[in-house]
Design a protein. Structure first.
Length: 94
């Protein structure tokens, strides 16, 4: 369970998806005391709440990728429609 600094998991947190991520599968293969570096952070197997921290980092990366993907889809649609200006794309984000 998360430490006092982390608070509750976000609403969109999906543990089943995180547990299928290649990074998390690599984490499961480690033995206690081994380190995994992910997103410029070190996670030590068996140390405190590092597993929860790693799961949250994986979920954050997934969320960012989904958001970026949606923004790219909107930009492509706008450019195909002939309104590929930066102002049109920014207006679609809002």
């Amino acid at each position: 369970m998360p430490g006092p600094k982390m608070g509750a998991r976000p609403i969109d947190f999906d543990e089943s998806i995180v547990r299928q991520a290649p990074t998390f599968l690599r984490w499961l293969s480690l033995t206690n005391g081994q380190k995994l570096r992910y997103a410029c952070r070190d996670f030590v197997k068996g140390h405190g709440d590092d597993e929860e921290r790693l799961m949250r980092r994986i979920m954050i990366a997934r969320r960012n990728n989904l958001r970026d993907h949606e923004m790219l889809k909107r930009a492509r649609t706008a450019s195909r429609a002939g309104s590929g200006t930066l102002e049109a794309i920014e207006a679609m984000e809002k």
